[in-house]
Design a protein around this ligand. Structure first.
Ligand code: GLN
Length: 308
């Protein structure tokens, strides 16, 4: 039987379906042919209840929603201090692919923009190539509670067209922020962006963050609480790039968007929210993802700043 929450989600889904603004990501040709009408909403609570409506089983590439999970793995591997030496925790106010590195040191502002994300990938333990990426993929899979895979067509397309990321990786190498050959780092970063997920996976990944690193569906502790707390803090201030201020004012939850059309938002201790809708706004975030998150936050009082 349908629950009142599902009936409510259906109503929101229907209303927000009429929002037709934005365009799917086209920089990577393999991603340009997506159906712009795809639209799914999924909520997973920390006690394992799932509420979903629309295209929640349609797969798409995770893109930048990979960044908090890779950052978490780097923190778990090396500890906060060592990672902080390489990547700061300040909002940059810049767009995701900006060449924003600190003057003199080359240290990226945070791990949610590409410069910091490439650095985080370079810090993951493993001997490069598959060994490192296998750990990254296993981590995402543990958060999702199922084995995830890479879409090779998107990966190849990123490799061929990701000139800006290539430039960034070499710039980071020149500052010794990335300490070894940037090519395998870039490849692993492109692979991590090309991991396929659906809206249900993302909501379970978000719920695992909300549940202090314990996946509510598999009941496995997939990451320790210290990296999780740091990841959520940086998602709060930097997860939505140069739209982070507007997001935190109107939605009030740590969040991350990706150019594949996914958006996650996390209410610690309560729920993980995921939305899938490919048309993007000027910040590279999903238009309906923003609208849905704002609406749910308001109606369900999810904003973490609440008057008593
Ligand atoms: N693969 C994309 C890039 O690195 C991811 C960007 C995003 O989702 N914002 O440019």
């Amino acid at each position: 039987m349908e629950s009142p929450i599902e009936r409510y989600l259906q109503r929101i889904h229907q209303e927000i379906s009429s929002l037709k603004d934005g365009k799917p990501y086209s920089t990577i040709p393999a991603m340009a042919n997506v159906n712009p009408d795809n639209f799914g909403i999924c909520l997973t609570t920390v006690d394992g209840y799932i509420y979903e409506v629309g295209d929640t089983r349609e797969e798409f590439s995770i893109q930048s929603i990979s960044k908090p999970f890779t950052y978490g793995l780097a923190l778990a591997d090396l500890g906060l201090e060592a990672v902080d030496e390489k990547v700061d925790v300040e909002p940059s106010g810049d767009s995701f692919n900006e060449m924003s590195l600190a003057e003199g040191t080359g240290r990226p502002s945070n791990a949610m923009i590409n410069a910091g994300a490439l650095t985080a990938t370079s810090l993951i333990k493993g001997s490069g190539g598959n060994a490192r990426f296998k750990r990254v993929l296993n981590t995402y899979s543990a958060f999702a509670g199922r084995q995830l895979t890479v879409n090779n067509e998107i990966f190849e397309s990123e490799l061929e067209h990701g000139h800006r990321n290539r430039a960034l990786a070499h710039l980071l190498r020149s500052f010794n922020i990335i300490e070894d050959d940037p090519t395998p780092v870039l490849e692993d970063y492109f692979r991590q962006c090309s991991v396929l997920v659906n809206c249900l996976d993302l909501s379970i990944m978000a719920a695992t963050l909300a549940n202090s690193g314990r996946n509510p569906m598999t009941d496995k502790q997939v990451m320790e609480i210290v990296p999780i707390e740091r990841v959520l803090s940086v998602m709060t201030t930097c997860g939505m790039y140069d739209d982070a201020g507007a997001w935190i004012s109107t939605v009030g939850m740590p969040a991350k968007s990706g150019v594949g059309g996914g958006t996650i938002a996390v209410l610690p201790g309560q729920v993980g929210l995921a939305v899938y809708s490919p048309p993007l706004d000027e910040h590279g975030s999903s238009v309906r993802g923003m609208a849905t998150s704002q609406r749910l936050s308001r109606d369900m009082e999810l904003h973490f700043v609440r008057a008593a």
